[in-house]
Design a protein around this ligand. Structure first.
Ligand SMILES: *Cc1c(COP(=O)(O)O)cnc(C)c1O
Length: 365
């Protein structure tokens, strides 16, 4: 936090906060995104006052006029982060400045008012401190943080809203996929694409997800857990999953991930894994990779491991690829050596078990 400027954030304690017994019951088996903590944080923006009136108060429904912009033109962005509990009890965040900066980029792309990085970080730190009893032990999981921003002015004209709400909620999380670190089946989406050049693929807006749900449905119908999107021009180049980036491991231990070309979300996990793999002496390519080559490389066993990565599920091995034409098994449908090793290295840094050579981990005091 650079300038040292303090943004005032008021705290109104939830009189109906859950008891320790009730909370512990939830924390035994939190699932993902189903239960929320006792409080939420809201900051208001309008043109006259800028960002103002920051409050942490009881979690609950918010009342909005039916005409507010977000309901009609989807002016909405979000982030995904986690608070981790170290073995010695410290509360840790992983590269929170990167989320703050990406949130600013997302705001700019959707013509929304950017929340200053320091205000974003102060909001996260203060909120996590208040909700710290909701962070599960590292055996169970972490506390998933969901900051988001919506256009809150009521009128139906198509133009950027002059008013916004920044809201932060949190949900204790076990593993994102029910099969933690077990391999998933992935469908190659040939009918639908996720993002086009000049569009919003490289920012985190809800609209990207809305447009991807039908493809996810198609994947589910084909008995797949997840899907891979191809580029929107040639329907040929592998881009990413619905909400995670993708890595390939070749038999000479070289890693490869699609390059950030404007249509792929620049994942913080992706970026961290590139660095960690390089630290281990592995070569990491950022090159276009066609789906045809991919299938061929699975068949000739030139590809040894494939995994998806993102904050929610960290690293998920991909064991089976399915297309209209067939199914292709990777590494006997099991987690591979390099995938396993990178996963452990990253998780150990995030939870404070490993030395953090990159100063990625920040303690909430
Ligand atoms: C959030 C997200 C990711 C992963 O980003 P992380 O910063 O690693 O969590 C990847 N792809 C999409 C589409 C996303 O929304």
């Amino acid at each position: 936090m650079n300038s040292g400027k303090q943004f005032p954030i008021k705290f109104f304690k939830n009189p109906n906060a859950l008891s320790k017994t009730e909370r512990d019951e939830i924390l035994k088996n939190p699932g993902f995104g189903q239960k929320f903590t006792d409080h939420m944080l809201i900051i208001h923006y309008n043109k006259e006052k800028g960002w103002h009136n920051a409050e942490i108060k009881a979690y609950g429904p918010i009342s909005l006029d039916p005409a507010v912009c977000v309901f009609h033109y989807a002016q909405e962005i979000f982030e995904g982060m986690k608070a981790y509990r170290a073995k010695d009890g410290r509360i840790l965040l992983f590269r929170p400045e990167s989320n703050a900066r990406r949130f600013i980029n997302s705001a700019k792309r959707l013509a929304m008012a950017p929340l200053p990085e320091e205000f974003y970080l102060q909001a996260i730190y203060k909120f996590v401190k208040i909700e710290q009893d909701w962070i599960p032990t590292q055996e169970i999981g972490s506390l998933y943080l969901r900051p988001f921003m919506i256009a809150s002015k009521s009128y139906l004209g198509v133009k950027p809203s002059p008013e916004y709400l920044f809201i932060l909620i949190a949900s204790p999380a076990g593993a994102y996929f029910s099969k933690n670190a077990q391999s998933v089946n992935v469908w190659i989406s040939e009918n639908y694409t996720r993002a086009a050049s000049g569009g919003t693929g490289e920012v985190k807006c809800g609209g990207n997800y809305a447009a991807s749900l039908i493809a996810q449905q198609e994947a589910t119908k084909n008995n797949c857990d997840q899907l891979i999107f191809l580029d929107s021009v040639e329907h040929k180049w592998i881009e990413e999953m619905g909400g995670m980036n993708i890595f390939f491991v070749f038999k000479d231990d070289t890693l490869s991930t699609p390059p950030l070309n404007g249509t792929i979300l620049p994942g913080i996990t992706r970026d961290s894994l590139i660095t960690l793999a390089q630290n281990k002496g592995l070569k990491v390519l950022q090159e276009k990779y066609s789906v045809h080559q991919f299938i061929e490389d699975i068949q000739t066993q030139k590809i040894r491991e494939v995994f998806a990565c993102g904050t929610a599920a960290v690293i998920t091995p991909i064991g089976k690829i399915k297309t209209k034409n067939g199914e292709y098994i990777i590494n006997d449908d099991k987690i591979g050596r390099i995938t396993q090793d990178l996963r452990k290295t990253l998780i150990d840094i995030q939870f404070g078990n490993n030395i953090d050579h990159h100063n990625w981990v920040k303690e909430v005091k």
